[in-house]
Design a protein around this ligand. Sequence first.
Ligand SMILES: Cc1cc2nc3c(=O)[nH]c(=O)nc-3n(C[C@H](O)[C@H](O)[C@H](O)COP(=O)(O)OP(=O)(O)OC[C@H]3O[C@@H](n4cnc5c(N)ncnc54)[C@H](O)[C@@H]3O)c2cc1C
Length: 438
Amino acid sequence: MRDVAVVGAGLAGLTAAYRLAQAGLKPQVFERYPVPGGLARVIEVGGEPLEVFYHHLFTNDTAITALADELGLGDDIEWLPSKMGIWTGGQLWDFATPASLLRFRPLSWPAKIRFVIGTLRLQHSQDPTPFENVTAAQWIQDHLGSEVWRTVWAPLLNQKFAEMSEEVAMVWLWRKIWLRGRSRSSSGMGERLGYMRGSFARVAEGLADAIRSMGGSLHLADPVKRIDSSEGGGFEIVTTAGAVRADTVLAAIPVPDYLKIAGHIIPPEEQERLGSLRATGALCTLLELNQSFMSYYWLNIADETMPFGGLIEHTNYIDRSRYDGTYLLYISNYLFPDHPLFGAGKQEVLDTYLPSLKRINPAFNTSWIQRSHHFRADYAQPVVTRGYRQQIPSMRTPMDNLYLCTMAQIYPEDRGQNYAVEYGERVAKVMLEDHHAG
Ligand SMILES: Cc1cc2nc3c(=O)[nH]c(=O)nc-3n(C[C@H](O)[C@H](O)[C@H](O)COP(=O)(O)OP(=O)(O)OC[C@H]3O[C@@H](n4cnc5c(N)ncnc54)[C@H](O)[C@@H]3O)c2cc1C
């Protein structure tokens, strides 16, 4: 492994390249965007970098906090209180603490009791096996009842998985509840979430600087069009800027992007297997406001009549003085890319959302909006279905010296920056093991 190319400068690709560089290699990283960071990339708002998609950490996100420590950034992660709510039945409700559950009228008392007992049971189950071959819809209705499913979980899963929400395996929800339970304070009275002072782009930039300082390189705004296998072994990486030879390639990109650039060199059955994996895309509108929209940091929208799934008022978590006094509201919407709204322009999306924003806060009007931004990711949330363990793509592809590290491999945890780092480290380890064995 002399010439290593890494496609994708998201956190997974950068972490892998960093570990490979530490092992003495000089990876060349190719990224289609002009900045590193992938889904955690930033724009500037009020002179401060801000993620295009809202981001925070949980206290058990240990891989990324350890990496931040290593890069000298650990002390810049702030653990701040957050306030969560839920919109359901045309009303706002606090929804984060045991006391707020007591006041949550959309659930009857018997359903509340089943909800609490069921959640505690899930938080104490260690073994994923019983949850792997059953859908969350089935398991929740069987064990917690249809009221809990209908009122709480169905709308929340619908938010992330759209029309595939009823196919999501229970193992995904179990792991989310399991990890979240451990991330909350021991009293259960609220949750502190982690944010990197100056944005999470600092992790990506820290990795990029470290890779360069060890002799590696980053080719930004240089999308890879094709990975061809060369006669006599190795690969040719064809980018918009030219072609580069590499004896080893890591594709640290979403599955559909991998199929686009490498589909022609992988066996048809592998193409078919990867092609059957599904993921929702993310549509995210960021509003710069001159006043606060709500009192929550995070508002889940458990109401299928609303055209979006969540509202995140970032400046109810991070002080707005950092953004020159601007209030920042993200409107989150996970959709499959063939949904008509997914391809719509910024104004059309905003016009679709405005009446629903007014339902939540009747005082809200467009004069509050100073600026708006519109971001889209075709591949944002892999759909973990029953029996997913058997479908997880391998990091070692059927092609010698071609490796894959992608969100669809993360299991049973939900994808997130922490797991991009963890899996980036894993793939680098696999590549180095093969190198030393070969
Ligand atoms: C709406 C939203 C909210 C989120 N919130 C959180 C959160 O609160 N906390 C959290 O921890 N995580 C959150 N995440 C998830 C987190 O951002 C991702 O899990 C993580 O950043 C994924 O990193 P990655 O490197 O695996 O993939 P990506 O970030 O997708 O990186 C892949 C990179 O490959 C590049 N690429 C693709 N094809 C090519 C090509 N042909 N040539 C060159 N480059 C290419 C892409 O441009 C991209 O930069 C959120 C994600 C979304 C969408």
